[in-house]
Design a protein around this ligand. Sequence first.
Ligand code: PRP
Length: 185
Amino acid sequence: MNPNIASVLVDEAEIDRITTRIAAEIDRDYQNTGRKLLLLCILKGSVVFMGDLMKKITLPVEIDFMKVSSYGSGTVSGGQVNILLDLHRKDLPDVDIIIVEDIIDSGRTLSYLMEYLRLKGAHSVRTCTMLDKPERRDEKLRDFRPDYVGAVIPDEFVVGYGLDYDEQYRALPYVGILRPEVYGG
Ligand code: PRP
């Protein structure tokens, strides 16, 4: 194991079970819609989860990518979400979107994107996250629940399976808790 990881929170076997379960839920929920199903990966952290999940969905799916950045996270006034890479397609009224995230923290990124994609005209927008940290939810978004959740986790500094600290650790095949001395915690 990587020496900077204190303990493994979600191991590879559990990740495999999670992606299998969520893919089956998506297969069940979107069969015979007559519309296109789009998995929308939010860069960068979601790329590993997205890759595993899409392989296990048996329905035809399209994929696309957005990149956003949020500032002011953790402040009382609330963060602002900026779109760095947008979704450009004209057929959104014929598209069911599932936003794929690695983690939900305050919930601001996902709630902003849901509203944004609905206003853009998507037929439907649902949310899927590998990890959910409900303890960190913004006060105003307390009731926000993603549609598909891999694992609910405690408020620990986690890396791996796409998640980084200072752009490191994304390629670890498991989700681990980073040793506090690494980030000065
Ligand atoms: C993370 C994560 C979500 C967001 C969740 O992305 O992938 O997009 O933060 O936080 P929120 O619920 O408080 O909005 P990050 O900004 O770390 O970018 P990255 O995926 O490129 O590492």
